[in-house]
Design a protein around this ligand. Sequence first.
Ligand code: SF4
Length: 74
Amino acid sequence: AADLPHLAETDPTAKALGYVEDASKTTNPKHKAGDTCSNCQFYGGGASYGPCQLFPGKAVSAKGWCVSHTPKKA
Ligand code: SF4
């Protein structure tokens, strides 16, 4: 599959959800230590970037995070 364009932090929807490329850099009080896109159930995989169900047509950073983070079911 062709690589999806990376979601920009400046994208209006990304901003609305407090998306950051690097979860370790967020100051959002909703962020819990250790939560990243790579352990979110909406993440579609990929070691560095991958699709997110909340951002169709874009790839989010595996190390990223947003307020809709939901832990992946075991
Ligand atoms: Fe990352 Fe999950 Fe937010 Fe998508 S919903 S941007 S995978 S934290």
